[in-house]
Design a protein around this ligand. Structure first.
Ligand SMILES: [Zn+2]
Length: 369
């Protein structure tokens, strides 16, 4: 006869009593049946079939029984655990099926619904006309140059021969970034990119600079604190005002049609010398509206000419500031207003239309993307 098993204690193994095993099994089955979704079932599995569940603990205690009692206890606990496992598996399958059915309904895509009701949108007419203007110069061999909109005062003014007491440097026209002492401004024109181009590129330089510029103007029919310019710069050996005139003529032909005259009127800019305002013949009436008794022309206000922008020969002081020898090189520059061009080319009457974002204004320009 073997020695009595000292670890056998009827109190400790009361979990193995038939009614206890049945109770644990029934509780497990009830919990499984009550699990409403897969998350709940996961918790039930942990509680009733996990390592710390009553049936698992009971199973662990079988070894402490006298050998004669083990077989029966093992059978009882095994049957209970089997029943629980089977119920878990069945409920799992049920709940998965339920979830799949629900997902199918909830995530249904109705492929017959219309998908293109929202308008696709298009680029703003200012953007497209700016590109079109630049393209005319690109076709002549110019490159596009760009520069920062927050600019150092030196680039925006000093290098362009704006004397320290020039009115454009006061708060009236210029947005300063931070205080006036920081010498950082929102560029008031695209001309600082002329300076950057000359400092960064090898000569000769032929660039056009489309870009956004800022001045402290109130928004009205013809002004906006944010507007766009197209700047052009050519610096090479032997350039004259005749080359400038030729480039402007080519631009007018490219944008408005062949055969339109241009004219220069004397003007003043700090960064060009001599300077000129450039006009083109009205592309609608071609000057005919000026004649007595002719139909009035809205595009040129019956003046026959349309103001295009400013231009001139690059001031030698600017060339020197950019490290270019003015004895050897000369250059010319021009600045065209993009908003102005859109206004007279397409009969846009107010700046408000361009900034208010109303698609009723932009739609007639087409859906060019
Ligand atoms: Zn006209």
């Amino acid at each position: 006869m073997s020695a009595p098993n000292k670890s056998y204690d009827p109190v400790e193994v009361s979990a193995l009593a038939p009614e206890e095993v049945e109770r644990a099994r029934d509780e497990a089955l009830a919990a499984i049946a009550a699990a409403a979704d897969l998350d709940e079932l996961k918790q039930v599995r942990l509680a009733h079939a996990g390592d710390r569940s009553p049936l698992a603990l009971a199973n662990r205690e079988i070894g402490a029984l006298p050998p004669a009692a083990r077989a029966e206890a093992g059978k009882r606990v095994g049957a209970a655990r089997g029943a629980v496992a089977k119920a878990l598996k069945a409920r799992q399958a049920e709940l998965e099926e339920e979830r799949d059915r629900r997902v199918l309904v909830e995530e249904t895509v109705d492929v017959t619904l219309p998908w293109d009701r929202a308008p696709r949108g298009a680029r703003h007419p200012l953007t497209t006309i700016q590109e079109r203007m630049a393209d005319v110069f690109v076709s002549m061999g110019f490159e596009i140059a760009e520069g920062p909109e927050v600019e150092a005062g030196w680039f925006n003014f000093d290098a362009l021969n704006f004397k320290p007491d020039h009115p454009a440097r006061t708060m009236q026209d210029t947005f300063f970034v931070g205080s006036e002492d920081t010498d950082l401004v929102l560029r008031t024109h695209t001309s600082p990119v002329q300076v950057r181009a000359l400092l960064e590129r090898d000569l000769p330089v032929y660039v056009v600079v489309p870009g956004r510029t800022y001045r402290t103007d109130e928004l009205d029919a013809t002004h906006s604190p944010v507007f766009h310019q197209l700047e052009g710069l050519a610096v090479d050996e032997g350039l004259t005002m005749a080359d400038l005139r030729g480039a402007i003529d080519a631009f007018v032909g490219g944008m408005f049609g062949e055969g339109l005259a241009t004219r220069f009127r004397p003007s003043y800019f700090p960064f060009t010398e001599p300077s000129a305002e450039v006009d083109m013949q009205c592309f609608v009436c071609r000057g005919a509206s000026v004649e007595r008794g002719a139909d009035p022309c809205r595009t040129c206000s019956s003046e026959g000419w349309i103001e295009l922008g400013g231009c001139g020969m690059v001031n030698p002081r600017v060339l020197v500031a950019c490290g270019v020898d003015p004895e050897r090189y000369s250059g010319w520059a021009f600045g065209l207003g993009v908003e102005r061009t859109l206004m007279f080319r397409h009969g846009v009457e107010s700046m408000h239309d361009m900034v208010e974002g109303d698609v009723r204004f932009t739609l007639p320009f087409g859906m060019e993307i």
